[in-house]
Design a protein around this ligand. Sequence first.
Ligand SMILES: NC(=O)c1ccc[n+]([C@@H]2O[C@H](COP(=O)([O-])OP(=O)(O)OC[C@H]3O[C@@H](n4cnc5c(N)ncnc54)[C@H](OP(=O)(O)O)[C@@H]3O)[C@@H](O)[C@H]2O)c1
Length: 335
Amino acid sequence: MSGQKNRQVLVKKLPDGIPLEDDFEMGESAIPEPQDGTFRARTLVLSLDPYVRAVMSGRHFYGAPKPGDVMRGRSVARVDASRHPQYREGDVVVMESGLQDYAISDGDDVHRADTGTAPVSTALGVLGMPGLTAYAALLGPAQIKEGETVLVSAASGAVGSMVGQIAKINGCRAIGIAGSEEKCRWTESEAGFDACLNRKTDDLHARLSELAADGADIFFDNTGGDIQNLVMTKHLAVNSRVILSGLITQYNLPEAPPGPNLGNLCKMRTTVFGFVVYDFEHMRERFLTDAKRWFAEGKIRFKEDMTEGLETAPAQFSKLMHGDNFGKTLVKVAE
Ligand SMILES: NC(=O)c1ccc[n+]([C@@H]2O[C@H](COP(=O)([O-])OP(=O)(O)OC[C@H]3O[C@@H](n4cnc5c(N)ncnc54)[C@H](OP(=O)(O)O)[C@@H]3O)[C@@H](O)[C@H]2O)c1
């Protein structure tokens, strides 16, 4: 590897509000050499995820980065040098690599990229952590049952699209909320939702009153904010379950806004579950078995928002945090 460098996306300054390209800068280091018990992997595809914004605000257990640190991120990567007993050159893994060309790992929190007949990039999306979030929450705490109405926000994203598709596989009605006509069309015609409402142009209260007159049995909340307030106060069924999955409306704010009046949760006997995917590792194997089969049977569609080149990662992250991504936000770094 002599002469080659490890290109990196570094934090230039911690963002104030929505992260901008200028909050990051490119840097480089020597390509690291693995020591005993570790391997080195070449990044192939990088994942950009909303939770990283919470990390940057110091609101995540990973802790806030400092200027000059490599920006956090998971990737699909190929092992290219190993002194680790369980990983060999050529193995393709999902790992916490950071946004860089090469990373060293001791094997902790590493999974083999196992996507069956689906493209390997789906190990970061519908067949990865976002897919597991949808699966584990619906089959676990939400206790999904045939015939129910499942409502999900950010419906065309990696988490949201899997929520609707798993709902349909389980014999439920799936209603999505998304941020554009294009996203809604894809959500209905490709992902097979029964309906998708445009949060920017539809009267959500009127449309939900028509489409789910008795309320949603499961509300899978990926956004918080106005959508959460509306659904929690007016569109829940009796004995409904709410999965608090994501609060992307708050990730760019300096502090949490005042909360809704939760009286309706009592009236509707609603169970609210604060969901964190890391607590559901025990469901990963079952999820992968089901998700790979569903994919092979043509029951899972996915959308990716992928650019090429490590240097495009800051703009992709900014786009995601503006809500302008359409599908799982990825960056292709190498073949
Ligand atoms: N709890 C967990 O363990 C867990 C695990 C993974 C992900 N999550 C959460 O799940 C959510 C979806 O994640 P993802 O990776 O699949 O991302 P994603 O849905 O592909 O991207 C985020 C989407 O959020 C929507 N959005 C952004 N800003 C918004 C705003 N101000 N108001 C309403 N909607 C806004 C946008 O969709 P529209 O324009 O279509 O609304 C945007 O495309 C995120 O909140 C994430 O943090 C939680």
